[in-house]
Design a protein around this ligand. Sequence first.
Ligand code: SAH
Length: 479
Amino acid sequence: MLRKLLFQQTPKAYRFLSTQSTLPLLNKCSAFSYCSSSQPEIPPSNSVEQLQDQPKNTISIDRSGLYNPPEHSHEPSSDSELVKHLKDIIKFRGGPISVAEYMEEVLTNPKAGFYINRDVFGAEGDFITSPEVSQMFGEMVGVWAMCLWEQMGQPKRVNLVELGPGRGTLMADLLHGASKFKNFTESLHIHMVECSPALQKLQHQRLKCMDEDSTAEGVDKRFRSTLAETPVTWHATLDQVPTGLPTIIIAHEFYDALPVHQFQRGSRGWCEKMIDVTEDSLFRFVLSPQPTPATLYLMKRCKWAVPEEVEKLNQIEVCPKAMDLTYTLAKRIGVDGGGALIIDYGLNGVVSDSLQAIQKHKFVNILDNPGSADLSAYVDFASIKHSAEEASDDVSVHGPITQSQFLGSLGINFRVEALLQNCTDEQAESLRTGYWRLVGDGEAPFWDGPAEQAPIGMGTRYMAMSIVNKKQGIPIPFQ
Ligand code: SAH
């Protein structure tokens, strides 16, 4: 089953088909503890506890059906620029780096990060996302944004922000779908938050942007999307998006790319999993002998959990960047008004061990060829909810609900019916399979083509959550 899924042009989520429900039973420990500061000083990196000795039952993903790369096949022969850079960081710091730092460098290093220099999406790329599966995805997100704008009292000027827009397909479909609703589109200033120059370029093309005269110094260059005659500006971070206007924020498969810290329960309590280089120049996992700065986030996350949730786990992932981003985003919505929509795969609770590497639609080893494979982790929706509530009393958090519920309530069924009225047989097949992939669960029952190409529904694997200013009431369709 898994093998079949991976050899299709599978959506990104399929890498997680064996979710935590397939975890082998993990050892129970009674109390939450972390490596105490009474531990000895951090020894040189080569004496840090190696993870190869850890019991096998801490690995949570069933990879039995997957293509199996040889363990540690990363020969040092011709190190890439990124590998050299990672090894230099470890060498000059005199010790291992966290999994989060590794993940951040691998994905977004300004010279050689996975996302930085190329288009990684689609059949020819490494994975496929929902906006690339069907235009209906972006259109439905557009319906959500318009409904929220109505609830906001149809403000004359609104910032519409997309975090991590990939190829720009979601925003293009949103604008296409909304272009008849002039009051809405005329109110918009679009802000694309994207760290990759290559993807910024693709987004610019996808939105059919023209230059707009803006010569003022210190002001970001503005473009105009001819899809709905809306101004568009690009930024590397959310902080660069101007405040002071009501704001609608969309984050689809953005949170899963934020770097996670991994902790493992051992005889000394919770220790952070780090990445080091062996004497023969290979990357390896080690355990930090002392509490690390990220331990504060672990403690914070565990305080939000019920004790039983933590007791059953031997590994925990925390994502400080997700917590901090949500805090910033919720503060902004609390002050400026508006709301955010977060769609991703994940859990509504503590995440154990979900970090995965995918290259050309196949699982690969996390430590192999860094920069050539996507790294991503389950999103902890409960942590997002707590971070937002901590940031502002003026926001409310709704969901998560499944993507299937979200798109269904927004009317995707009517949309697919309408599109099917006026299309070729080939388009009809593509619409039906796209629809199933977005809202279905498991293999499509109507499929009569080759079994290994059957469309797989991901409607229950993805979840949607919304954070809104309380003034607007409950957002559609979370009532
Ligand atoms: N939302 C798109 C793409 C998801 S992939 C879709 O669903 O198709 C993640 C996207 O986030 C990519 O565009 C990537 O370049 C961007 N990204 C990842 N980390 C980022 C960061 N720290 N800052 C800004 N953009 C980031």
